[in-house]
Structures are given as C-alpha cells and as structure tokens.
Design a protein around this ligand. Structure first.
Ligand code: AMP
Length: 342
C-alpha cells in the first residue's frame, strides 16, 4: 500500500500501475516520494506524452518504458531510470518474465530475479546515505532489522533514554497501542515504574491518521481504542507514544484516561518535536498542521491536556539507531538533498 502522498486519493492512482509498452505489460508499485517529478514529467510532456494519473509513479513507469526502447533488457531500463529519479523511493516492477526490486535490499540496489537467478547491480553511491529516522521511530515493522539495526531494540533504547532525560514520579507506564508500546516498555525498564496496558485496541479499524478529515480522525481514535478503566483509575500515568504530529491522537487519549479516573497523565514522546515537512514519502501534513511547528512545548502540553510533556532529545537519535547516517529533517530541517524547489 502506498500513502496517497503525491497525486490525489482517486482510483486511477491506485497501485500497482499496469501498462502496455513495447515489450508487453509492465506493472509497477512504488513507495516514497520523488522531488524532481515536475522536471521529469515536463521532459515527457514536451515530447507528446499523456498521463492517466497524477502520481509520480506513472512518470517513473513512463521513463522505464521509454528507456526500454534503447536498452538491452528491462533491468537496464530500470537502472537508467533510477539514475534520473531523485528523492526517496522503493520500487517493485514486474515485466512479463521477471520481477525487479529497487532499494529492496541495500540502499541503491537494483535486483532482478530471472528464473532461479538473482542479479544485483548498485547505483553509483549517492552523495551520502541518509536512512529515514522515522522508520525506526514508527514506520517499520517491529520485528524487522533495517540496515543492521533491530527496530524493536531501537524503540526500547528510545524509551530508556526518555526515562533518563524526562523522569517523573508515577504509578504506571503505558504506551499508545501499538506504536508507543516498545518505547513505553523501555521507559519502564529504565525508570523501574511498572509497565501496564491501559488501552484495548480494536484491531478491525485501520490507521486513524489516514482518515481525510479532522472529525473522522477524532472519532476513529475513540472507536479504535478503549480504556481499561480498572488499570488507570486513581493512577499517576506515564503515557508514551512514538510521535505527535497534529496532536489529535494524544489529546483524545489523555481525555479518555482522565474520564476513566486517571489522576495525572505525563506524556513522553519517543521522538523529538516534529517541526518540518517530509518530501520523501512519510505523508505528514504541511507545516501549518504540525502542532510543534506552531506552538511551544509548554503550549502543546496545555493544549493536549497533559500534566507534563517530554520529547526525546535530538542528540539521542544517534544512540537510538547505533550511529547510522540519518535523515532527520523532520526534526531539524536539514534535508539530505536540495528540496528548496519542491
Ligand atoms: P496525530 O498527532 O494525531 O496527528 O498523530 C500522531 C500519531 O499518528 C503518531 O503517534 C503515530 O503513531 C501516527 N503517525 C505519525 N506519522 C504518521 C504517518 N505519516 N502516517 C500514519 N500515521 C502516522
């Protein structure tokens, strides 16, 4: 599944894209966002191209099809296209005879599977690697290991560091299911405050974040999670979540805990304040909707109704991910490539 980041949420933009080209059928699925789509699209449009969708994925597919005319194989065409596109991307391409993955294994790797044979070719080294910090904070599956770093361990470490930088007296530590649970456990291990579940998650409801309107997002949070009242009544609670973006989720959960009788709710976030937009595909809203871009920590604490609020410190991110070179532009605005024209 791809977030409806570039292009609208309409059926034509659904993936995989399937198109007819010189060699038959080509299917393409893409995650991430490109930052040079307008130039790439303009190059095609000037030569008479027409598009059925508004996604950057179709632009990639078109470039592959065009390169294929002068290439010995589809993988060569994919490789040439991958040299031209800029931004954050992972692609799976299916030609009539072989699947090809781009970046699925190592950063910058193009892998082609032909029968039982697996071929790999590296794109020239990018100016510098910059692994997405948000994968470790939130996106990646908890049971995955990305570029040598176990995601579960990274989240536990973040929780431990949060307990050191933002200690508080409390009766229990809990996490927002599922995204806040490992860091909450880490907080509990470091602080000695017992970890407990405070919410039950209805697993038949999808991600609340994806709902298009604020009203839908708010009601979805309430339908998705219910409070385990006996666990929280009269308790001082540390509530851990992985991030605050708009602030909708956490504000609702604090209200629900207090309605269920919680005495105090101290919020701890296992990432630094989210201040800048992402151009590489994490589908965060524009600056105007990022609560931390517009308000101080004290103001946010009051707006969400918490008794205290503490974020992971930026300098702790290196330790969290074992020194990997990172893109952490969402926290510090230092983008790994020039995004000023995006
Ligand atoms: P909110 O502050 O209500 O906008 O939502 C923040 C919560 O949404 C975080 O705790 C994450 O669990 C989740 N989240 C953060 N970024 C994303 C994203 N790009 N897509 C989906 N969920 C996200």
């Amino acid at each position: 599944m791809r977030y409806s980041t570039t292009g609208a949420s309409v059926a034509e933009n659904a993936q995989p894209l399937v198109l007819s080209y010189i060699k038959g059928t080509l299917a393409l699925a893409h995650n991430g966002n490109l930052i040079n789509t307008p130039e790439l699209k303009w190059e095609l449009i000037q030569n008479g191209a027409i598009f059925h969708t508004t996604t950057d994925s179709e632009v990639i597919a078109f470039h592959i099809a065009r390169e294929r005319v002068h290439s010995a194989s589809v993988e060569e065409a994919v490789y040439k296209t991958a040299l031209k596109i800029k931004g954050g991307f992972a692609l799976v391409i299916m030609s009539p005879r072989k699947p090809i993955g781009v970046r699925d294994i190592l950063p910058g790797e193009v892998v082609t599977i032909t029968g039982k044979e697996v071929q790999s070719k590296m794109l020239p080294a990018a100016e510098g690697r910059a692994h997405c910090i948000f994968e470790y904070i939130y996106f990646a599956r908890l049971d995955s290991t990305m570029d040598g770093v176990r995601v579960y361990d990274a989240r536990i470490r973040a929780g431990r560091m949060l307990a050191k930088s933002h200690p508080v007296e409390a009766d229990l530590v809990t996490g927002v299911p599922e995204s806040g649970l490992p860091a909450a456990q880490g907080y509990g291990l470091e602080s000695g405050i017992p970890f407990a579940l405070a919410f039950y998650k209805n697993s038949y409801i999808g991600r609340t974040f994806i709902k298009p309107t604020q009203k839908e997002r708010e009601s979805a949070v309430r339908m998705k999670l219910s409070v385990l009242e006996s666990a929280v009544k009269d308790k001082r609670i540390v509530l851990v979540d992985d991030s605050i973006v708009r602030g909708t989720t956490i504000a609702n959960l604090i209200r629900m805990l207090k309605e269920a009788g919680a005495k105090e709710v101290h919020v701890r976030i296992s990432s630094p304040p989210f201040l800048y937009p992402c151009y590489f595909g994490t589908d965060v809203p524009s600056n105007s909707q990022l609560i931390a871009a517009k308000h101080s920590e004290e103001a946010i604490c009051e707006m969400i109704g918490a008794d205290s609020l503490g974020y992971l410190r930026r300098e702790d991110l290196e330790e969290m991910t074992g020194g990997l070179p990172l893109c952490r532009a969402c926290f510090d605005g230092a983008y790994p490539m020039d995004c000023s024209g995006v």
